[in-house]
Design a protein around this ligand. Sequence first.
Ligand SMILES: *Cc1c(COP(=O)(O)O)cnc(C)c1O
Length: 397
Amino acid sequence: MENMQTAIEEAEQYLIHTYNRHKVVLEKGNGMYLYDTEGKEYLDFGAGIAVFALGYNNKELNDAVKEQVDKLVHTSNLFYNANLKDAAEQVVKASGMKKVFFTNSGTEAIEGAVKLARKYAYLKGNKDSEIISMNHSFHGRSLGALAVTGNAHYQEPFGPMNAGIKFAEYNNLESVKALISDKTCAILLETVQGEGGIYPATEEFIKGIRALCDEHDILMICDEIQCGMGRTGEMYAFQNYGIQPDVVTTAKALGCGVPVGAFLANEKTADILVPGDHGTTYGGNPLVLSAVRKVFEIYEKEHILQHVKEVAPYLEEKLDELAEKYEFIKERRGKGMMQGLECTKPVGPVIEKAIENGLILVAAGANIIRFVPPLIIEKKHVDEMVSKLETAFKALQ
Ligand SMILES: *Cc1c(COP(=O)(O)O)cnc(C)c1O
């Protein structure tokens, strides 16, 4: 077998260098664990960045996708396919929305949501509409999604940006109010900010935004791409707050690794986009929707939401203990199985060491260790994670 490091060097010569990857070639997975090409085992607290909710090598999910491959992979959206109704019904019902458009990624779900908001304004005669987004948000890397991403560093080399985007402070309702004008057509926020550092919305903030949107006829768009699909213990994180957005974006765990996203519209927004307004060749093809259907089915059968509610407090407790014990940990933040430890220094070396110890973690910004494990996680995995993480801490002291 080829040496892993040689394989990495060989791959690098062909890849545009947009990622500083860990020097590991992953080959297979099982449950909470991943294995590299040299057979080393890793406990996974990254889930492919909050994607693989049902754990690796889930037989039922694998079989559903395999069966679909043998039937029909693609049709285009010029036709219906046999998975369309079930998948659409499941995601619509799970989110409490009215209608759905399937995309290939989270970024494209944001693109669709932004287009919908622009057209909503346009139909009201507002042809110079503005969207309020949040500082430290993340919504994707396409030009439309990047324009609403509150990170100057990501935007700067790729200007000029899409016009009419304003940025408020997350969890600061006054800062949102200050930006509202006659032109405002939408307020966009992650219900729990992910890449920006694992910040859950406060109840006051999210309810305040809902009220502002109602008062000024503005669309409330919740980006649930990372925090949705059960990660917080409710199927969609906004459901923790008892509010309903006008538009929702979802992806990541929606297909558990099969690339699929969606944006959803409520009663008010379901008929804004009409034939000719938006499209995608692959979006919602029978292959990806075979995964979506099965994912929802497994969530229900395995009581995934209930399971998250049971295990997440244990994860929080253990992370709180770490925050108490180590001076360089400033605080724990998060909701359910989406947690972060903010440190007083860059966490890159800790994550590197953890991976060496067989624990996969992801950062969220420079100083925050993110914990987004598969949702099938048990308490014993939390214990194993803590032990491996502490070994990494010690190696660096
Ligand atoms: C990952 C992510 C996106 C982008 O999704 P992709 O599938 O990578 O295009 C958008 N918004 C949030 C909150 C995300 O976490």
